[in-house]
Design a protein around this ligand. Structure first.
Ligand SMILES: CC(=O)[C@@H](O)[C@H](O)COP(=O)(O)O
Length: 262
């Protein structure tokens, strides 16, 4: 059940965002309950909260205990140049080559800008970063990101914070089929545990989400619900989900053979 991201061995397939929790304590407990070994952190938000109200410290303490990793992100960036500068600051501040690259091209959907994203990823890889690009589910954009050196892709399920689930299962299935062996993480738009299970059943390697846990009535309980759903979805995928049929196929044997194998 273990897997790797840029050479780091992980057992959890749940990546959790750290924004918008009711308090640092709820965040800490949600992270612990989720079992997440990767937690994202918006650098702009962190810098804006100078003096930081304890939240970064709480997060780092929790991750130290669990052996987890911080994944700083460039949320709020609109150009490659902006994202590159922020990534460099993140590397200094958090002493990690990991960067979740977000370069948004549309205010209404918060859709990633593919051109700026690829340009930023190319430069960051050259500068020694290990880039986790937040991208759309477009296969060609994903290929370009791999071409410039990204080893992981994070296609969206739906717009950030919308909770709409997997809006384009066809595109996600296509990515999985066309990019075998590439770690694929559905990122954003997940609203309910069933959405996360669906992503895992499609063969995605992991799920990243934030709003669905942070905005839940009980974020800690919701973290547990997502943990179970992600594990169940992965197990289902690994077990081999039965082929869908258009018509009924009798499940009760009628020819006297209780098992398919002789
Ligand atoms: C936290 C983070 O990295 C977000 O940018 C991410 O995309 C989460 O999206 P949701 O809040 O929709 O889960």
């Amino acid at each position: 059940m273990t897997w790797t991201l840029y050479g780091r061995l992980l057992s959890s397939r749940f990546l959790l965002g750290s924004a918008g929790y009711p308090s640092p304590d709820v965040l800490r407990r949600a992270v612990r309950t989720s079992g997440a070994q990767v937690v994202t952190l918006g650098l702009r938000r962190t810098l804006a909260a100078a003096g930081d109200n304890g939240f970064v410290a709480a997060l780092r303490a929790e991750l130290r205990q669990s052996g987890g990793h911080l994944l700083p992100n460039t949320a709020g960036c609109r150009t490659a140049t902006e994202a590159i500068i922020l990534a460099q600051m993140a590397r200094e501040l958090f002493e990690t080559p990991w960067i979740k690259l977000e370069v948004v091209g549309d205010e209404y959907t918060l859709q990633p800008d593919p051109w700026e994203l690829v340009a930023a990823a190319e430069q960051l890889v050259k500068d020694g970063f290990q880039v986790f690009p937040y991208c759309t589910d477009d296969l060609v954009t994903c290929r370009r990101l791999l071409d410039v050196g990204c080893e992981v892709l994070m296609p969206w399920g739906a717009p950030i914070g919308s909770g709409q689930g997997l809006l384009n299962p066809f595109a996600l299935r296509t990515l999985r089929e066309r990019l075998p062996g590439v770690p694929l993480i559905v990122d954003a738009g997940i609203g309910a545990p069933s959405h996360a299970a669906q992503a895992m059943e499609l063969g995605f390697d992991a799920v990243l989400l934030n709003s669905a846990v942070a905005q839940a009535g009980d974020p800690v309980c919701m973290a547990a619900a997502f943990r179970g759903a992600i594990e169940a979805g992965r197990l289902g995928y690994e077990a081999g989900i039965m082929a869908r049929q258009d018509m009924a196929v009798a499940s009760t044997p009628v020819d006297g053979r209780p098992f398919l194998i002789a």
